[in-house]
Design a protein around this ligand. Structure first.
Ligand SMILES: Nc1nc2c(c(=O)[nH]1)N[C@H]1C(S)=C(S)[C@@H](COP(=O)(O)O)O[C@H]1N2
Ligand SMILES: [Mo]
Length: 179
């Protein structure tokens, strides 16, 4: 089930990458994300593990190329399975009581290595892009490995899908940019 954030130590314990018992050669291993924290302007902050994400309505995607900003192809994903970012935000309930509050919200997706990308309420809820913004936990029919796991995000309708492809996703922060 979904847990509210009651103690900072719980957050720290869940989000910290577990130290490898033996010296890991791959840097990617240390970046593994074990949970997704939904924080900021939400009524119910959440910490979601892959097991929690599996309980939300799933959104699946077919073949997609991950292209870098210069057009080079980083990888081709055959299929992926996850949850629409919108559905996660709806679970947490946006804290925006005023008629115009939602329009001032930025939604920031962060990763364990410090990478971060920005979305707006407008594009997630009121533009074609929102349909394709998916937090995923399976790629090509399998759980995500060290290279981008356990949780990642893709914005499938972006022109170049690389920049907002977030590997090792561990945070969704909702921030009100304007008072
Ligand atoms: N966590 C994280 N995700 C990331 C990045 C990163 O540095 N950290 N780089 C992004 C960029 S700029 C691109 S183009 C794609 C593909 O990058 P790659 O070539 O390193 O796989 O991953 C994206 N996701
Ligand atoms: Mo990139």
């Amino acid at each position: 089930m979904f847990k509210k954030i009651f103690a900072a130590c719980t957050v720290a314990a869940l989000l910290a990458a577990a130290p490898a018992a033996w010296s890991a050669p791959a840097a990617a291993r240390d970046n593994m994300s074990h949970a997704l924290a939904v924080t900021g302007m939400v009524e119910t902050p959440l910490i979601l593990t892959v097991a929690d994400l599996r309980q939300l309505p799933s959104a699946n995607g077919g073949e997609i190329a991950v292209t870098r900003h210069d057009g080079d192809k980083a990888e081709t994903i055959a299929s992926y399975k996850g949850v629409r970012l919108r559905d996660i935000l709806d679970k947490a309930v946006l804290d925006a009581p005023g008629h115009n509050d939602v329009k001032k919200l930025a939604i920031i997706a962060t990763a364990t290595d410090g990478y971060a990308v920005v979305f707006s309420w407008g594009e997630l809820y009121n533009a074609p892009a929102g349909e394709g913004v998916i937090v995923y936990y399976e790629k090509n029919g399998k759980a995500l490995d060290d290279n981008d796991g356990e949780i990642a995000l893709i914005s499938a309708k972006d022109i170049r899908t690389g920049p907002r492809h977030v590997k090792w996703l561990n945070g969704i922060e909702v921030r009100k940019l304007v008072n």
